[in-house]
Design a protein around this ligand. Structure first.
Ligand SMILES: Cc1cc2nc3c(=O)[nH]c(=O)nc-3n(C[C@H](O)[C@H](O)[C@H](O)COP(=O)(O)OP(=O)(O)OC[C@H]3O[C@@H](n4cnc5c(N)ncnc54)[C@H](O)[C@@H]3O)c2cc1C
Length: 475
């Protein structure tokens, strides 16, 4: 079925203004990859009933559906192809209810993280998940990818913030479990299957979130540490320090920090480090209203210096300086711009193994090719590392060796090859390789039960050819 046939049939069930194709589609931002919009047709329903109608329409015709939110996902999970239909959540953009007694928010899935943050911050609440793509990433996308971000060591990942959820399943039926309470043991928790499913089991339309207290009196510092052992020890020390609350702790190895700072024209900022081999840690803390945060930070950091846990430190004196510090951490794509064609990774390592793991990683990658650059940074508190390995030119012949250097042994130390960005279509092979076969079997059974035709985001998480019965029957 071509796009024109889909459009004329779709116009019978949704207002044509909600369908974008041709020029109106070209006006859309494709997000992380041009391939996101390759289907050539996007429909943006305004209600759950409309989503259900569109899904039923697709089911009847065997049209494959690609759910999309803000298209900021990093693992290719929102990519589409001609013949498929993109159902985007952009018109499901209502904040339905904010309950500041219960500390909950009910939102439609197309609400962006920033939109929700702006609505709740004046009332002293936060979302408990924060990430640099906050202006564009949607709550539905964050639930579907089980997004992590900078606050995960305090509040968990997105699945830990979700109390209730509504979704349209692959058969067009509406699944609703809109609980507003933390405790609800009512048999299998089916909504948890949809969280992190990357749009392969249904389209999320509404979410109930458990909010957290807003972080106030934020103070930022950039620290240098001799190695990752010290960085992990500093993290635990700050976490347990009753004088201040540790809000964020992000780690950057020197190649990453220097390359990003240089691209930002801020290389001098990192001159405070004691040695060029030092790793950098950016922290945010808060402390009680009546205490001068900078004084507390100075006191805490002086103690860490005298114990030689850190080699040096720089305290942001104002918001502009704090923003500059954070830019080095958040503008991570500048490394990819300076050294393109990299292999991208997102893994989790228990903090007690952080130094052994990263030291071995650097050595193994250097032994593969001494020209390879390693850009490493991440969320220190939960051991989530982001990594780009590149020589600046395309080198597909090195991929399997680099994959092995990054992934082998992670399961043995209790880590994960896929921390927070999901599987999409980029990590399907690794999922197959590094996941227990029993778990894969159960996952495929779940997919078959909830999406027997295989129309929901095919080719993501699973190889297209190992998909559900319907796809198997087509071969
Ligand atoms: C600068 C930058 C920083 C980032 N930092 C982080 C970070 O710190 N932590 C982190 O975890 N991620 C991070 N990300 C990745 C990204 O922001 C998250 O994965 C985010 O959750 C994606 O949301 P989205 O609305 O853009 O989803 P999309 O990219 O549109 O979609 C992502 C996946 O979710 C599915 N999906 C989207 N909406 C729905 C829906 N309503 N129902 C069902 N499925 C749906 C799609 O099919 C796809 O599989 C970052 C990205 C960028 C660009």
């Amino acid at each position: 079925m071509n796009a024109n046939d889909i459009i004329s049939d779709l116009e019978d069930i949704v207002d044509c203004k909600k369908i974008r194709t041709g020029e109106s589609l070209n006006a859309l931002n494709p997000g992380m990859t041009e391939k996101n919009l390759d289907a050539g047709i996007v429909v943006s329903p305004e209600t759950v009933a409309e989503v259900a109608k569109v899904v039923k329409f697709c089911k009847a015709r065997g049209i494959q559906i690609i759910p999309q939110g803000g298209r900021t996902g990093i693992s290719g999970a929102a990519e589409s192809s001609p013949g498929q239909l993109i159902i985007q959540s952009s018109a499901l953009d209502q904040i339905i209810n904010l309950d500041f007694v219960a500390g909950t928010a009910i939102v439609e899935s197309g609400v962006t993280l920033q939109q929700l943050q702006d609505a709740i911050e004046p009332y002293g609440f936060g979302v408990g998940i924060d990430l640099a793509a906050r202006g564009t990433a949607t709550i539905g996308g964050m639930v579907s990818t089980n997004a992590g971000g900078t606050e995960a060591f305090r509040y968990g990942v997105t699945r830990h913030r979700v109390l209730g959820l509504e979704a349209v399943l692959a058969d067009g039926e509406i699944f609703s479990d809109m609980k507003e309470v933390t405790k609800a043991n009512e048999g299998y928790d089916i909504k948890q299957l949809l969280i992190g499913a990357e749009g392969t089991l249904g389209i999320i339309t509404k979410v109930v979130l458990n909010l957290v207290p807003l972080d106030k009196n934020r103070f930022t510092a950039l620290l240098s540490c001799e190695n990752a052992v010290s960085a992990a020890a500093v993290f635990q020390s700050l976490r347990n320090d009753s004088r201040a609350t540790l809000l964020c702790a992000e780690i950057m190895w020197p190649d990453y920090a220097n390359t990003t700072a240089r691209a930002l024209g801020m290389e001098n900022l990192l001159d405070f480090a004691h040695s060029e081999k030092d790793v950098f840690v950016i922290i945010d803390i808060s402390c009680a209203e009546n205490k001068a945060g900078v004084d507390v930070l100075e006191e805490v950091l002086s103690e860490l210096l005298s114990r030689e846990s850190i080699t040096s430190a720089l305290i942001a004196q104002n918001q502009r300086e704090a923003t500059d510090f954070w830019k080095i951490r958040e503008e991570s794509f500048l490394c990819d711009k300076a050294y393109p064609h990299g292999f991208w990774y997102d893994m989790s390592v228990p903090l007690s193994h952080l130094d052994d793991y990263t030291t071995a990683l650097y050595e193994t990658i250097a032994s593969i090719d001494s020209e390879l650059k390693v850009f490493l940074f991440g969320h220190l508190g939960d051991g989530n590392l982001h990594l780009t390995v590149t020589s600046g030119i395309e080198a597909p012949q090195l991929e399997s060796q680099i994959n092995a250097a990054v992934y082998e042994g992670l399961n043995d130390i209790g880590g994960s090859f896929s921390a927070e960005h999901g599987i999409g279509n980029q990590k399907r092979d690794s999922l197959q390789k590094y996941t227990n076969s029993q778990k894969m079997k159960i996952m495929k059974s779940v997919k078959n039960i909830l999406d027997p035709q295989g129309i929901m985001n095919p080719g993501k998480i699973f190889q297209p050819e190992e998909g559900p019965e319907f796809m198997a029957a087509l071969r």
